[in-house]
Design a protein around this ligand. Structure first.
Ligand code: F1P
Length: 587
């Protein structure tokens, strides 16, 4: 978690400040910037979101570091915000990750006479670099310091008197942006931080470091050996417009409305990409689908789709709970990792464990060149464009689209799969405009609810889980998703007079889903049916058209919109819910 930025170029401070706003989705409890002022670094730090904050310092510099924090070590206090400066004031660093051996390193530094101003693991790194500078170049001091860190890091470091950023990564993302004309350089957690200025990027691998300078060509080194490595710049396909809100008040609403295009883009896969993954699936004896949060809900849905469309059995696994499954990881196993960011630590751990046992890995990911992509033997990109809101919306439905494509291709029905997604994209476009005013009204009615329940059976069940997650993460109203029949095994005890219950029903599941709705209604629940048909059991009907196996995509749309408007009604920021971060790079 946390977003880091480093910039070399004119107006670097202002540019870093703007870039931090685009990285804020990665963490937003505090932020800060550091740049040279005379013979030491000046650091400006603030608790809270950048939002509409203004820089209190008017100073200008040609080099600057910035950070937006999601606290792990040390409370949300100004002194714990980054950048951190070394004791002599001459080294500034920003860090994303966790230095697991920081206590030990800190003790060593204290015994060498260093003092600490924060409770973070990261401040240790600044002082370690200062210590390692004895007899070494800046570059070597950073390398030795990185070698001393156990755990994960993406760091960028500056030194007074040297117009360069030295950065490195291991387990946390880091990408370099090469500005036009060779005069501007960026180091960032995510390319959205510089996409407005350049789309030429170099993605670093784990245990690589780079020396970024305005005067000498870029160099990439191996952290272990210090030897130079070859690298290649890539053209990023994401555009500035995709990374900006445009006329929408929030990214969440924009991304919900981008789903028709995102589905079409997901369907546009080169044939060899789909056939490559299909042959991995066909050759595997055991298949697992692993993910976290919304991506796990896509895994669950994917297991239903693979089974019902292609007669293929795949076990859905919460990536953080892979342990009980690990005995089944071997050379005949395929683990399909599903992730928006491709950087989720729990998923990476699961995939690495599987790989170490000889399993094949496949990645279905939105972020190009992410860690999951690099680890995988076969990769499919969602092509959904940047998703900035912390909540997954378009990436979830794009994941379902890819799983639909795969399931159809496995059944020898590629064209049918592609056709279904195209048809669904048109249905999504029509439905979103029709649903928006209705969901706005429903949000007004439900905004003060204590609990909201969501039920669905079969393929509507993962949609119910995802719906409940959307409601709670953005509106902070307690919501739970259930398989329709499960409620009566315990949770029905919570149904009271007027408890809102959203019932996701499809042509196949309607009779049984309605009987579950009646069980809740008899106990006073206010039944909101999401269905293609009216029913006397629904107090309110939200119409969504039937889309066959693409029904989970249709069913989640009204709840995405409802969740958004619940947050708006409750005066919350839908793009940045409390305590969350978009890219969860800690276990
Ligand atoms: C998984 C996830 C998201 C969720 C939130 C936190 O991320 O749980 O589904 O919306 O952003 O992380 P990923 O592996 O899909 O990037």
């Amino acid at each position: 978690m946390c977003g880091i930025i480093g910039i070399i170029g004119l107006n670097a401070v202002q540019k870093a400040f703007s870039a931090l706003k685009t990285l804020e989705y990665r963490g937003y409890d505090s932020w800060g910037l550091a740049f040279p002022r005379g013979s030491t670094f000046y650091a400006e730090k603030h608790v809270g979101r950048i939002g509409n904050a203004k820089l209190s310092s008017s100073a200008e510099a040609k080099i600057c570091l910035g950070h937006t924090r999601w606290a792990t070590h040390g409370r949300v206090l100004e002194r714990n915000a980054h950048p951190h400066i070394s004791n002599d004031g001459k080294i500034a660093i920003v860090h994303n990750g966790i230095a697991e051996n920081f206590a030990e390193l800190k003790q060593r530094l204290i015994s060498e006479g260093f003092r600490f101003n924060s409770d973070t693991d990261s401040e240790v790194i600044a002082n370690l670099i200062q210590l390692n500078l004895k007899g070494n170049s800046f570059e070597e001091a950073v390398r030795l310091s990185l070698l001393g860190i156990e755990g994960s890091y993406a760091i960028a470091a500056l030194r007074i008197g040297e117009e360069k950023i030295i950065c490195g990564r291991n387990g946390s993302p880091l990408v370099l942006g090469l500005g036009k004309g060779g005069k501007e350089f960026y180091v960032a957690s995510d390319a959205t931080a510089f996409i407005a200025r350049t789309n030429r990027a170099v993605f670093l691998n784990d245990l690589e470091m780079a020396i970024v300078s305005g005067t000498v060509p870029l160099r990439v080194l191996d952290v272990g050996t210090g030897k130079e490595k070859e690298f290649a710049a890539k053209e990023l396909k994401w555009s500035v417009e995709q990374a900006a809100k445009g006329s929408y008040p929030h990214f969440m609403l924009k991304e919900i409305f981008e789903q028709p295009q995102a589905l079409l883009a997901a369907a546009e896969q080169p044939p060899q990409i789909i056939s490559g993954m299909v042959s991995l699936i066909k050759n595997a004896e055991k298949i697992f689908l692993a993910g976290c949060g919304s991506s796990f809900h896509a895994c669950l849905c994917g297991s239903y789709l693979l089974s019902s469309i292609a007669n293929v059995r795949a076990t859905p696994v919460l990536a953080s709970e892979f342990f009980p499954h690990k005995n089944f990881f071997d050379s005949k196993t395929l683990v399909i990792g599903i992730s928006q960011s491709g950087e989720t630590a729990d998923l990476l751990e699961c995939l690495k464990a599987a790989k170490s046992k000889g399993a094949k890995i496949a990645g279905i990911v939105n972020a190009m060149d992410s860690s999951v992509m690099r680890l995988s033997d076969a990769q499919i990109l969602l092509n959904a464009g940047p998703e900035i809101c912390v909540l997954s919306t378009k990436s979830f439905t794009s994941q379902l689209a890819i799983l639909l494509l795969l399931a159809h291709a496995l059944a020898g029905k590629e064209a049918e799969g592609k056709g279904l997604i195209k048809k669904t994209s048109a249905l999504v476009a029509e439905s979103l405009s029709a649903l928006e005013p209705q969901m706005k009204l429903l949000a007004k009615k439900l905004a003060r609810s204590k609990d909201i329940f969501v039920i669905g059976r079969q393929e509507a069940y993962p949609a119910a889980l995802e719906g409940a997650l959307k409601i709670k993460e953005v509106s902070y109203i307690h919501a739970e998703g259930f398989a329709g029949a499960e409620l009566k095994h315990g949770t029905i005890a919570l149904i009271e007079e007027n408890t809102p219950a959203i019932v996701l029903s499809t042509h196949e599941t309607r009779p049984l889903t309605l009987s579950n709705a009646i069980e809740m209604k008899s106990r006073g629940a206010d039944i909101i049916g999401v269905d293609s048909r009216e029913s006397g059991e629904y107090a309110t009907t939200i119409h969504v058209p039937e889309a066959g196996h693409a029904n989970p995509i249709m069913l989640i749309l009204p709840i995405q919109l409802l969740s958004y408007y619940l947050a708006v009604e409750r005066n919350l920021d839908p793009d940045k819910p409390r305590n969350l971060a978009k890219s969860v790079t800690v276990k």
